[in-house]
Design a protein around this ligand. Structure first.
Ligand SMILES: C[S@@+](CC[C@H](N)C(=O)[O-])C[C@H]1O[C@@H](n2cnc3c(N)ncnc32)[C@H](O)[C@@H]1O
Length: 220
């Protein structure tokens, strides 16, 4: 619904194509050839480029979308200006660091907040300085969330011990392996002693949680 009625969609920082609509004409933009090679069959064509220099004429699309990618961009203002140039509507899914950085798992891997990608990630307010934001909606994450993004297992802490889960989350995958295993060992010990459940066990019974994810819609 956030995408509106437009047919032509550009997905900026598309990665492997998660969250990409299948009922529109989508062109993906992604700098990593490794990510592009993992796009499943049936996804739209992908162009190797960055948000800061979209290789398309003004107004080539109806909607420009970007999910969980802005905090990786070199020049956020330039990337957002480019999204606004190529499409009159912009739809952005991001995490608000003022909320998400209070997530319990960060206490096990605190150095993750020093990673370049975690320096000054944008808030919806920051976006409003560049885009004409018309709506900001909280997106609660269900307890059985199937995607593997950073906070997806907020109520299933055991998952954070799984190396496959860790490698699917950019905030953990970027850590040196020694730091990753030290944090996992502390979490494992807290789960075994019951300490995690004493502090956070109530989360296991919640159907969903607002961990700071926001859907921002802007219109030129
Ligand atoms: C965490 S992934 C998110 C991928 C996808 N949008 C999703 O929601 O699953 C972040 C993506 O941003 C891409 N990226 C990094 N710098 C970028 C830039 N300057 N412009 C566009 N994409 C960029 C990365 O290559 C990566 O695929």
């Amino acid at each position: 619904m956030a995408l509106g009625g437009g047919e032509r969609v550009i997905n900026v920082g598309a990665g492997t194509g998660n969250y990409e609509p299948r009922d529109r004409r989508v062109v993906a933009v992604e700098p990593s050839s490794k990510m592009i090679s993992k796009r499943p069959p049936g996804t739209g064509p992908a162009v190797r480029a960055v948000a800061e220099a979209l290789p398309f004429r003004a107004g080539s699309f109806d909607v420009a979308m970007a999910t969980l990618t802005l905090h990786h961009w070199q020049d956020r203002r330039q990337g957002l200006t480019e999204m606004r140039r190529v499409a009159p509507r912009q739809v952005i899914f991001l995490f608000d660091p003022t909320e998400t950085y209070r997530f319990w798992a960060i206490e096990y891997w605190p150095t993750a907040l020093s990673l370049p990608s975690e320096q000054d990630p944008p808030t919806p307010k920051d976006l409003a300085q560049i885009l004409n934001v018309i709506d900001v909606q909280p997106v609660a994450i269900p307890i059985d969330c199937h995607d593997g993004f950073g906070t997806a297992f907020w109520g299933r802490p055991e998952a954070y011990l799984d190396p496959h889960v860790q490698q699917g989350m950019s905030w953990l995958a970027q850590l040196p392996s020694s730091e990753l295993s030290e944090g996992a060992a502390r979490l494992e010990a807290d789960l075994r002693s019951g300490d995690w459940d004493r502090r956070y066990g109530h989360l296991r019974d919640l159907p969903e949680l607002d961990v700071g994810y926001r859907l921002v819609v802007a219109d030129s």
